[in-house]
Design a protein around this ligand. Structure first.
Ligand SMILES: *[C@@H]1O[C@H](CO)[C@@H](O)[C@H](O)[C@H]1NC(C)=O
Ligand SMILES: *[C@@H]1O[C@H](CO)[C@@H](O)[C@H](O)[C@H]1NC(C)=O
Ligand SMILES: [Zn+2]
Length: 513
């Protein structure tokens, strides 16, 4: 009799499970079919528009000249002052309308950085800021370049040289846009700043930092800031065939730690049971075995997927539209590859390990350096706590070398007028592109601008394929002529769009009816 009872219970449980599964399946299907689109389709910028900025010979020559200044930053405090001064002078000569306009105030900040204020006609509107930087990283493998790295050579539709992607295209592109605007007699309504730091590649401590101090002293509040950042990806996102413009709304922080163990040394013939090297090795193993928690689903990284969900191929769309269910699965997938793991958690990299001087001497000390990159939803303090708990050994002395909190996350989505303005401007220039938020795993000058604005975005208005990524700071950095043209027109459209009221635009399509 008892077995019949058990059978009945089992049967009932199975039935319930089937019903539940069917229910979950139904929700998954419905969510997939009804998932909202976050994309817009503003009027496209056409090459035939009367106010289109062509990449003509003159503008290309100017850009090419800009590349020829070897404004290299080597390390903190070590740059190329003479080249910077030449580049600054070149900018002054190259844009006569800007430099003679009564609307423009130009300042040299920190000796080499530039701050332009273009006065808007409506003083009640908060200004905004377009930021980029004048310096570049050093050249490696000079002889392997297809064109000399400081030539600015145009060949096969590309402009070659250090700084073409990082970041002179933004410097020159924004200047070209303002020059064009002013020479057409257009007076902006909203005041704008152009901010060009001169040492971004080495932390911006003497450029962007000083620009920030100057504006802070004046009590300036900035409606939004746009700086260099993530590109329009072509094939960078699995499951999406279209271009995806990645707008970074935050930046990871970092924490660099020096781990040190001091123990008695001595001759190798009479070792104690534990050595400095052994103790430190164990601490490092523990750190590698206990990674910081997977935070996928807590920050912008989840929205990166959701904002393009409706445009994904079916399997990806099902997963992405149902992160309420599949988030743990996606988190697991993210953790498997270094490129995606970096977006899921605070990472731990062991960058140095030094100990020992002689084959037969027990080293009295061992030193290691750990470089953490902190997820936007965590903090320096949390990372420190985790490490202390994991190492759990007072013999390992931990010192902070350097740290930066993750950047505050800027507003994004349909409720953020600045994000939507940026999205629509991007889609005017790249009508086929989707726009989605993400965060940067590297840092920009904006780390110095947090107090100026709560809406800070990092975006590179040109297309990059996976094979283009190594060009950043690497070999054969180049931009296509077409993309450089887009950069200029992107800034121009952004400036013109900023003169329209900055408000929440929820019902764009209703207006068309
Ligand atoms: C600017 O130049 C002056 C004189 O050469 C120098 O003393 C000063 O430290 C420089 N300031 C910065 C921020 O580099
Ligand atoms: C912002 O202001 C606070 C308070 O004055 C200051 O401690 C902090 O360093 C500033 N942050 C940045 C990034 O400038
Ligand atoms: Zn840069």
């Amino acid at each position: 009799m008892a077995t019949v009872g058990i059978q009945r219970t089992l049967f009932a449980a199975l039935k319930l499970l089937t019903v539940l599964l069917a229910l979950v399946l139904m929700i998954v299907v419905i969510t997939t079919l009804t998932f909202p689109s976050y994309q817009t389709s503003p009027p496209e910028c056409k090459t035939t528009d009367p106010d289109f900025i062509p990449a003509d010979e003159e503008r290309l020559a100017r850009f090419s000249s800009a590349i020829q200044f070897q404004t290299v930053s080597y390390e903190r405090g070590v740059g190329t002052p003479q080249e910077l001064l030449k580049f600054v002078r070149f900018i002054q000569d190259g844009f006569p309308t800007i430099h003679s306009s009564p609307l423009v105030r130009r300042e040299v900040v920190g000796n080499y950085s530039l701050l332009y204020r273009v006065e808007g006609s409506d003083g009640s509107l908060e200004p905004y800021m377009l930021a980029s930087h004048l310096d570049v990283v050093p050249i490696t493998q000079e002889t392997d370049w297809e064109a000399p790295p400081f030539s600015g050579q145009v060949r096969d539709g590309y402009i070659y040289g250090r700084g073409t992607l990082d970041d002179k295209h933004n410097v020159m592109g924004s200047l070209e846009a303002v020059e064009f605007l002013l020479s057409r007699g257009h007076e902006p309504k909203r005041t704008l700043y152009l901010a060009f730091g001169h040492d971004e590649e080495i932390g911006g401590h003497f450029g962007a930092k000083v620009i920030s101090d100057v504006l802070t002293q004046r009590g300036e509040k900035i409606a939004f800031i746009l700086d260099e950042g993530t590109p329009v990806g072509d094939g960078l996102m699995p499951g999406v065939d279209k271009l995806v413009a990645l707008v970074s709304v935050a930046e990871k922080g970092f924490l660099q730690l020096r781990l040190e163990v001091k123990e008695e040394g001595g001759h190798a013939s009479m070792p104690r049971s534990e050595s400095a090297i052994g103790i430190l090795s164990r601490a490092i193993s523990k750190l590698e075995d206990n990674p910081h928690p997977n935070l996928f689903g807590t920050g912008p990284e989840m929205r990166t997927l959701e904002y393009v969900a409706t445009e994904m191929t079916l399997p990806y769309r099902i997963l992405t539209a149902n992160l309420w269910l599949f988030s743990p699965l996606v988190a697991w997938v993210y953790a498997r590859k270094p490129q995606t793991n970096a977006f899921a958690r605070t990472t731990t990299a062991v960058t140095r390990f030094n100990a020992g001087v002689k084959d037969n001497v027990i080293s009295p000390e061992a030193v290691a350096v750990i470089d953490h990159r902190i997820h936007p939803m965590s903090s320096v303090e949390e990372v420190m706590e985790h490490d202390l708990k994991v190492i759990n050994d007072p013999r390992v002395k931990i010192n902070v070398i350097n740290s930066l909190e993750p950047a505050p996350t800027s507003p994004y989505g349909k409720d953020s007028p600045t994000y939507m303005l940026l999205q629509e401007t991007i889609q005017q220039i790249y009508p086929d592109a989707l726009v989605t938020p993400t965060f940067m795993i590297a840092n920009t000058d904006t780390r110095h601008y947090w107090n100026l604005s709560s809406a800070i975005y990092r975006f590179n208005p040109c297309v990059m394929t996976p094979s283009d990524l190594p060009r950043f700071h690497g070999l054969n950095e180049r931009i296509s002529v077409r993309d450089y043209e887009r950069v200029m027109n992107f800034y121009y459209h952004l400036i013109v769009n900023m003169d329209k009221p900055l408000e929440v635009k929820r019902h764009v399509h209703d207006e068309d009816l």
